[in-house]
Design a protein around this ligand. Structure first.
Ligand code: GGG
Length: 361
């Protein structure tokens, strides 16, 4: 989605590195974007550090301030790292920060492109695919992550828990329109709608019905639908048959991790949490989590956060800056400056320096 840059071209960004490798990759992305701004001289960008996350929770009892939404609304966008820690239950950390932002800010479109970078390999070469170039669109505000449900009879053998998936016509229609529009901008103009409407006979059937209805407004987009279980097989066995993919919050959370691994590594997969109405600032983050197994070792792949920052620049209207940054990242990968998840030996700092040097050329 191409928008003209705002008139001032001075951007204020909330930087929320949070947990695990988040601070390492966000700091690398700030270095790279700052270098880009200094080199291009067409815009200015200021990052403000916001210390929310697990350390904040341990100190204050909350993952973020109560006025989290007002704080974020005072910025043009947010660059997020990762949330989650080994000694805090995952549902506390996720709901304390990320899910406390996405739903209330109505960042309903989670856009997750996946691509095999030059100089890297997809495991799918074994089925004859050169690499992957897909655009995954995840419904980000309702579905299985709506937060409805509860537990009763705690501690009894008849203890019961419900997790209610909420699907609304409005919620489905807006993400479907977003996905068809996104498919329209890609050369293949092809969309696959993922559901599970054989066993889930209410919400998923509504998804199918809305897809059919919305498709009538996009006669130039070819589309098909898949059940999510069969979709995993198609992603592995017929990767070239796919292009843009849309699905529910849970389904696309899972499929986007699979897609990232099939492209080469989850270390290169970005995501944009967008409010397409632009009433609220959007949030950009790598798909990967906090990765405590490699935290502090200096080996985290910063490319997913570079790409997320590039998408942020494009969302702000700085398309030229995005293109330049992504070109530099591609050339650095092609030159073999790769972290170990991609089969290389480079550190986070090596990759960051190589991209900064490339920007200056
Ligand atoms: N940077 C992404 C991150 O921190 N992910 C943690 C996680 O568990 N995310 C689940 C989700 O994206 O819904």
């Amino acid at each position: 989605i191409v928008v003209p840059p705002n008139k001032s071209r001075r951007y204020k960004i909330a930087s929320i590195p949070a947990d695990g490798i988040g601070p390492e990759v966000v700091s690398a992305a700030i270095d790279v974007v700052s270098k880009l701004a200094k080199t291009l001289k067409t815009f200015t960008i200021e990052f403000t550090h916001i210390p929310w996350g697990t350390a904040y929770y341990k100190k204050t009892g909350a993952y973020a301030d109560e006025n989290v939404l007002d704080v974020l609304r005072s910025y043009d966008a947010a660059l997020f790292g990762s949330v989650g820690a080994p000694d805090v239950p995952d549902h506390i950390s996720l709901w304390g920060l990320l899910l406390a932002i996405r739903g209330p800010l109505q960042l309903y479109a989670n856009v997750r492109p996946v691509r095999t970078f030059p100089g890297t390999q997809s495991p799918l070469r074994t089925v004859g695919a050169k690499g992957i170039d897909w655009l995954l669109v995840r419904e980000n505000s309702e579905g299985e992550y709506a937060g409805h449900g509860g537990r009763s009879h705690r501690g009894q053998t008849w203890e019961t828990a419900t997790e209610v998936a909420i699907f609304t016509y409005t919620g489905i229609e807006r993400i479907m329109r977003f996905a068809f529009t996104a498919a329209q901008t890609r050369p293949r103009k092809f969309l696959t709608v993922v559901t599970k409407s054989n066993s889930m006979r209410n919400g998923m059937v509504l998804w199918d019905e809305v897809a059919l209805k919305v498709s009538k407004d996009f006669p130039d987009v070819n589309w098909d639908k898949m059940l999510v279980d069969a979709m995993t097989v198609r992603m592995v066995n017929q990767p070239d048959s796919l292009d843009t993919i849309v699905g529910t919050n849970l389904h696309m959370d899972i499929l986007s991790d699979l897609a990232a691994a099939l492209a080469g590594s989850i270390g290169v997969a970005p995501s944009s949490n967008l409010d397409p109405t632009r009433k609220n600032p959007s949030l950009f983050e790598p798909v990967h989590g906090s990765a405590f197994d490699i935290t502090g070792k200096g080996v985290a792949n910063p490319v997913a956060t570079f790409w997320s920052a590039a998408e942020m620049l494009a969302w702000l209207g700085e398309e030229e800056a995005k293109e330049k940054l992504m070109g530099c990242v591609e050339r650095v990968c092609e030159a073999g400056v790769l972290t170990r998840d991609l089969g290389g030996t480079a550190s986070t700092k090596d990759v960051t320096k190589a991209v900064c040097d490339e920007i200056e050329l």
